[in-house]
Design a protein around this ligand. Structure first.
Ligand SMILES: Cc1ncc(C[n+]2csc(CCOP(=O)(O)OP(=O)(O)O)c2C)c(N)n1
Ligand SMILES: [Mg+2]
Length: 481
């Protein structure tokens, strides 16, 4: 909460300063102050003169807005344009010239060919062509973190099934998107996640103990137990707290990116979302807003085929999500979401473009949600088990990447067993510690929002304390009242 407030405050100041500097640059500062003055003392003639002077600043400086606006609104500056009469071939229109055509032609609702999917490794984990600039250290860390994430999911999922935590949601099948995209970023890039990207936090150094503390809602959790399990967040690691309200993170990310732009930072905002998220209004608003403000933001869509039980065929008729970029003026690419190397190189290039050219980029990663949506779901009720099994085994991104690092001599069977047993042990220890650690004091539920709590909130706190005293069996025994 505090983190958001600081960001919002900083952004607001940055935007105000930016607008002031733009107005100063354009010679508008005086105009704005004169307009703020007591109008009764200004004669209409002097105001008109002032305005003429300010307008001439625009006219004499055609380059001022060149990088920001299409130059289509001044027909007389266009060559070969006939703006008056029947022989016109083009219409000067905001956004650029539009050619006239005598042919009545509707644009087809479907492309002749689907947008191809960029991949580097084939199904067997071998390079399709040439070589790739990824060294041993980063490749081994990517592999180790993907395997760690997979093990973490298995153990926390079991802990939920044993009733030790209230909820869990796995990333199984989407480990490559998590880890390879994280590896392509820098820690200065702000991550505004959905909920299926804990691997980005893992890559950034969130410890297994921190994951466990959050899932067990204990007093050592950074959010002090106020969020459901898997709603991680870390101010230190520039990772905004997960919000389950689908797609609400997308406009937030554009705001973060705009703030980075105002500050002239060598960083971008990166936001993740699912195919389901792309069906929300916030997705469309965010893409448009990002395009118009030229905000350095990466939109990374995990198109995993399902939004809980809704298949993509019930969500959209377009060729997936990638094609929507062009409609909003956002550069976009489709990539194999189970190919670690393709994702790594794509996100690196996208980040570089977003920052250097100050523009948003949309990445659609094609993958599959191998696990159930969450522990509240049984996906075998609505999709074929064969389909799940195909993606779990033959299309597993971890096994595919392992083949590549093994063929380079960077990984072995012994390294694999050592890693898996170490991670498993660390996780079991972390879970035990997290489970033993007491819950945050009850008062913490009511802090950190209001400076002075309003009376209704204080009343609710009183009721809660009374309720716990009457029904102690319904509350954790180690709860500090
Ligand atoms: C605004 C909103 N509507 C509905 C939900 C319920 N809901 C939770 S997850 C989900 C599906 C999201 O699917 P997708 O974005 O594809 O992500 P995935 O779970 O596949 O990773 C829905 C509909 C919600 N959390 N928020
Ligand atoms: Mg989905």
């Amino acid at each position: 909460m505090g983190f958001m407030a600081v960001c919002v405050r900083q952004s607001r100041n940055n935007i105000i300063n930016h607008v002031k500097s733009k107005m100063g640059l354009l010679g508008l500062t005086n105009l704005s102050s004169s307009l703020n003055n007591d109008h009764s003392t200004l004669s209409t003639a002097s105001l008109a003169k002032d305005l003429r002077n300010q307008i001439s600043v625009f006219e004499n400086n055609p380059t001022l807005y060149r990088t920001r606006r299409f130059e289509s609104t001044k027909p007389h500056q266009r060559s070969g344009v006939h703006s008056n009469g029947a022989s016109s071939q083009f219409l000067d229109f905001p956004g650029g010239q539009v050619a006239f055509t005598p042919e009545m032609r509707f644009i087809s609702e479907s492309p002749k060919e689907r947008i191809p999917c960029y991949r580097v490794l084939d199904d067997d984990g071998q390079l399709i062509q040439g070589s790739i600039d990824v060294g041993k250290e980063i490749a081994v860390k990517m592999y180790s973190d993907m395997a760690t994430l997979q093990t973490m999911d298995t153990i926390f999922y079991e802990a939920q099934r044993q009733g030790r935590i209230s909820f869990y949601l796995t990333t199984i099948g989407e480990e490559a998107i998590n880890i390879a995209s994280a590896a392509a970023l820098t820690i200065d890039d702000f991550v505004v996640p959905q909920y299926r990207e804990p691997g980005v936090l893992l890559w950034r150094g969130f410890t297994l103990q921190q994951f466990a503390n959050q899932c067990f809602s204990n007093k050592d959790d950074d959010c002090r137990g106020r969020q459901m399990p898997i709603h991680y967040g870390s101010k230190k690691l520039n990772y905004f707290t997960v919000a389950s309200t689908i797609a609400s993170q997308l406009p937030h990310a554009v705001g973060v990116a705009y703030s980075l732009k105002m500050d002239g930072k060598d960083a971008c905002a990166v936001t993740y979302f699912g195919d389901g998220g792309s069906s929300e209004g916030d997705f469309h608003a965010a893409l448009n807003f990002a395009a118009v403000t030229e905000a350095p933001v990466l939109f990374i869509c995990r198109n995993n085929g399902w939004a809980i039980s809704t298949p993509t065929s019930d969500q959209f008729r377009s060729d997936g999500i990638v094609v929507r970029g062009e409609a909003y003026g956002v550069r976009s690419i489709r990539v194999d979401g189970n190919d670690t190397l393709a994702l790594y190189s794509t996100v690196r290039a996208a980040r570089e473009m977003a920052i250097r050219e100050q523009r948003p980029i949309l990445v659609e990663a094609l993958t599959y949600r191998v696990g159930h949506h969450s522990t509240s779901d049984d996906s075998t009720k609505y999709r074929p088990v064969d389909e799940i099994e195909l993606w779990r085994s033959a299309r597993d991104p971890i096994a595919r990447f392992r083949k590549w690092i093994e063929s380079n001599g960077w990984w072995s069977g012994e390294a694999e067993s050592e890693l898996r047993s170490n991670v498993r042990k660390q996780l079991l220890d972390a879970i035990q510690v997290a489970e033993r650690t007491e819950k945050p004091p009850l008062a913490d539920i009511f802090t950190d929002v209001y400076d002075v709590p309003p009376s209704n909130l204080s009343e609710q706190e009183k009721w809660l304390r009374e309720t716990i005293k009457i029904h102690p069996q319904d509350y954790p025994s180690d709860f500090t009242l």
